[in-house]
Design a protein around this ligand. Structure first.
Ligand code: SAM
Ligand code: SF4
Length: 268
């Protein structure tokens, strides 16, 4: 078991399998001219498997593949096929664009829940945020996952003046769709045009949603970073990830590995 000096047990590993991405979200990596790691510096499927095996042996029970955009790796199918041999729950965080291409591999690897980023339901705004014109493909892939009984968590980064007006529309999606919508506070990264005025706090979002929807609190897991709510009469659920306004460091159970195999204990 991996226990740190604050007595936190670390049983959740996030592996970035590439730093590359096919989108250029303005809040994440807006620059078109980024130099990404050369292929020979990325962990190979076998290195990812061997590292994961070691961590699983040390008590890790959940591994999430992330990036960059994990699905841009041509060997993504091989990576999840190998990981599926381990006694560990596998999750994926993706922008959703290439999900249809890997659906069979995902099903074969027994991955039953996927986090998909989507910040707007307006195709024009989607183009402004991601700098790519792919709203339709992402939306269709969300519906495809639902059809295939894969549980979809939609990650929405709420930015004041950009998409905060759509919060109620995202909550309304849960009326008929069995999805879980997570509202994430806008975090500052290097060169992501962050400023305090653009932050839409989860507290404000919760107040706004409560005016319109009958919410009830759901139970959160011990190390969950989100606070979950149900809505009377809705099939899906929502939650809030207060990365900025409410630190969850004391219950953090995560470890991270970068695409070139370096260990990071904390995103910050
Ligand atoms: N490309 C994948 C995706 O978009 O889901 C996985 C990597 S992405 C960095 C992981 C998550 O971080 C996404 O849900 C994304 O919306 C979120 N994210 C990126 N930049 C952020 C920021 N500045 N503030 C809050 N969340 C952010
Ligand atoms: Fe790419 Fe995900 Fe960052 Fe958007 S949030 S630029 S999809 S890594």
């Amino acid at each position: 078991m991996l226990k740190d000096k604050h007595n936190r047990i670390h049983d959740y590993l996030r592996i970035s399998i590439t730093d590359n991405c096919n989108f250029r979200c303005t809040y994440c990596m807006p620059d078109e001219k980024i130099t990404f790691l050369k292929k020979q510096f990325l962990m190979s499927p076998d290195e990812i498997f061997q590292l994961s095996k070691t961590f699983v042996g040390l008590g890790v029970n959940k591994i999430r593949l992330t990036g960059g955009e994990p699905l841009v790796r041509k060997d993504f199918g091989e990576i999840i096929s190998r990981l599926s041999l381990l006694p560990v729950k596998i999750g994926i965080s993706t922008n959703g664009l290439l999900l249809d291409r890997y659906l069979d591999d995902i099903k074969k690897a027994d991955i039953s829940s996927i986090n998909i980023s989507l910040d707007t339901l307006n195709p024009e705004k989607f183009k402004n945020i991601t700098q790519r014109n792919n709203f339709r493909q992402v939306w269709d892939n969300i519906l495809l996952c639902i059809k295939e009984n894969i549980h979809v968590k939609v990650n929405m980064v709420v930015i004041k003046g950009v998409n905060d007006e759509e919060i109620a529309d995202f909550v309304s999606l849960t009326k008929t769709l069995p999805i879980h919508v997570r509202l994430i506070e806008f975090m500052p990264f290097d060169q992501n045009n962050w400023n305090q005025e653009k932050v839409y706090s989860n507290k404000a979002a919760l107040e706004k949603i409560s005016e319109q929807f009958p919410l009830f609190k759901l139970k959160d897991g011990k190390s969950d970073t989100d606070k979950k709510f149900g809505i009377f009469g809705h099939t899906g659920t929502i939650s809030f990830i207060s990365t900025l306004t409410d630190s969850f460091c004391s219950t953090c159970n995560r470890m991270r590995i970068t695409a070139d195999g370096k260990m990071k204990n904390c995103l910050f």
